[in-house]
Design a protein around this ligand. Sequence first.
Ligand code: FE
Length: 248
Amino acid sequence: MKYKAFHKMSYGMYLVATELDGKKSGYIANTAFQVTNSPEQVAISCHKKNKTTAVIREAGAFSVSILKQDLDVKLIGNFGFMSGRDLDKFQDVKTQTAQTGMPIVLDECVAWLDCEVRQAIDVGSHWLIIGEVVDSEVVLDEEPLTYQVYRDKYKMFSPKNSPTYIEQDALQKEEAEAKAKASDEETPKEEDPAAEASAHVCVICGYHYNPEEGDPTRGIPPGTPFEDLPDDYKCPICNASKEYFKEV
Ligand code: FE
């Protein structure tokens, strides 16, 4: 089996939100898709261990915000990689209340769907939750974010509880094998050893620390090597500490 084959599948990127007893909950999803047109129903695949999953099932409703391509990745960091137990994900985002009573996150959103749960199918690690769309709206006339752009432009991974998560070690091993095979067939290229040695990636979310750019969000000036970052430096996307960065 080739893991890379799964990366050839196309998906969008969404923010799923719900609410129960005044407490909002939400997460980033790439698996949201329309399953019928009469009535209009969509499915989402939710990990059984995620807090939001239990809330959706109990609340009986959820909203889907369709994210825009050119977005502030902090939203993905907060909703995709942080736990609601550590952070109030909704404190800095603009929301509106849907017909179902669910919160709709409007930040970085091109359109939204408001859904009532019709069934939940047990698919092992996840619940496949099917909701009927009772309302929808277009917010912005902009391109939606695709999963491929998310991976290629923002260099971010799927969190471990995502239905499309692939072990990074398994993927890197497969890529290394493919590169080794390709280099057997090519003439060797000169490489820049300094550039090769200085790249660090967050193993939680995939954020690349580039020493040439530094990290303006954390006040790190351009030209700062990874080794010179303060000990309390944290990933700007998922808040992971320095020991979660791996040299690549
Ligand atoms: Fe990170």
